[in-house]
Design a protein around this ligand. Structure first.
Ligand code: 5GP
Ligand code: MN
Length: 326
């Protein structure tokens, strides 16, 4: 059932013990919006715990409350009054779903989230980040932003907008960020922390960049990395952002074989709706940034993915041709 932002805030007010969760493979928005909301709700006297069923990348250790995030534990938090799932549809919260037996309030900005499995859903696809929704929620309650909350929410805004560069960077985002700066956020402290990479990871990125291929006459570019490749490359995070900038490409893709028959896919576009491709494989995301997991052997997954990308680009080319003919 869809609820308003005010109703979502009321559900939080009515609860005493709250668990907050977000998606596996957590990013700056998942972690920032979770910790930001945690700090706010704790300041309102609530007992709050953030549980995420995955490792939290060490670059986020700059965020207040980083060390408090736990993995779900069957012994604890079963009796929470409310489970708040942020920046995610409920199929991507891992074991938290079984381990916390509480009504679920789902807050998200992914247009592909249909709210299935959530008791209540507040979805705003116009928000650049879930952190922007949490910012609006706190503002609507006319409460101040502590420096801790501000740092966490700023991180969500900054990372989901590509440091205020992507097409989702609206004047509302900039105004929210400006207010958070007034509450003590120092942007360079956050960006310098989040940009850190171990030397081995940078070397891995360089190796992975050597594997980038162009296809669909240069309108798409991607790197397809097997488990063996990845073992020698030390988690080449950030690869998709390198591919995205190749001149003339509409679509960037990275496929990583995580384990046999499990291939993780990330896609970025300059306008083409990549959710349509991700949804074909059970994934989702945003128009210009989406992902999925393909449970197929590496070569089969690669072929199916390239076919789906070719079809999407052909459809877009068809539309461009007919618009030109008019
Ligand atoms: P990324 O490529 O950074 O992993 O993900 C891009 C966007 O797509 C993010 O907003 C992310 O939450 C979403 N996304 C990535 N993988 C999946 C998936 O398997 N399912 C859904 N529903 N969304 C995904
Ligand atoms: Mn997000």
């Amino acid at each position: 059932m869809n609820v308003s932002l005010g109703e979502a805030a009321e559900l939080m007010s009515d609860a005493r013990t709250i668990v907050i969760t977000a998606h596996v493979h957590p990013d700056g928005d998942a972690i920032g919006s979770s910790l930001g909301l945690m700090h706010f709700l704790r300041s309102q006297g609530k007992e709050v715990q953030v549980l995420i069923d995955d490792d939290i990348p060490a670059i986020f250790d700059i965020l207040p409350g980083y060390e408090l995030i736990e993995k779900p534990d069957p012994e604890r938090w079963q009796s929470a009054d409310l489970l708040i799932a942020l920046d995610v549809s409920l199929d991507r919260i891992g074991r938290v779903r079984e381990m916390v037996q509480a009504p679920v309030l789902n807050i998200d900005h992914h247009i592909t989230n249909d709210g299935a499995l959530a008791d209540k859903l507040y979805l705003d696809g116009n928000c650049a980040a879930t952190a922007e929704i949490i910012y609006q929620l706190i503002r609507q309650k006319k409460k101040p932003f502590s420096q801790k909350t501000a740092m966490c929410l700023y991180t969500g805004l900054a990372t989901d907008t590509g440091w205020f560069r992507f097409s989702n960077t609206t004047s509302s985002v900039m105004q929210a960020a400006a207010e958070l700066l007034q509450c003590g956020v120092r942007p360079h402290v956050i960006s310098e922390a989040l940009e850190r990479k171990p030397f081995a990871q940078l070397k891995g990125l360089a190796a992975a960049m050597g594997r980038i291929e162009l296809f669909h006459e240069g309108r798409a570019a991607g790197a397809f990395l097997t488990a063996a490749d990845l073992q020698s490359m030390e988690s080449p995070d950030g690869l998709i952002d390198m591919i995205r900038v190749i001149d003339g490409t509409e679509l960037a893709v990275v496929m990583k074989e995580k384990e046999p028959d499990v291939c993780r896919v990330s896609m970025r576009s300059k306008g083409l709706d990549v959710t349509k491709i991700a949804i074909r494989f059970g994934g989702g995301g945003h128009v210009r940034a989406a992902g999925c997991t393909i449970s197929q052997p590496f070569e089969t997954a690669k072929k199916a993915l390239i076919e789906a990308i070719d079809a999407a680009l052909e459809e877009q080319e068809g539309k461009e041709r007919s618009a030109f003919a008019k």
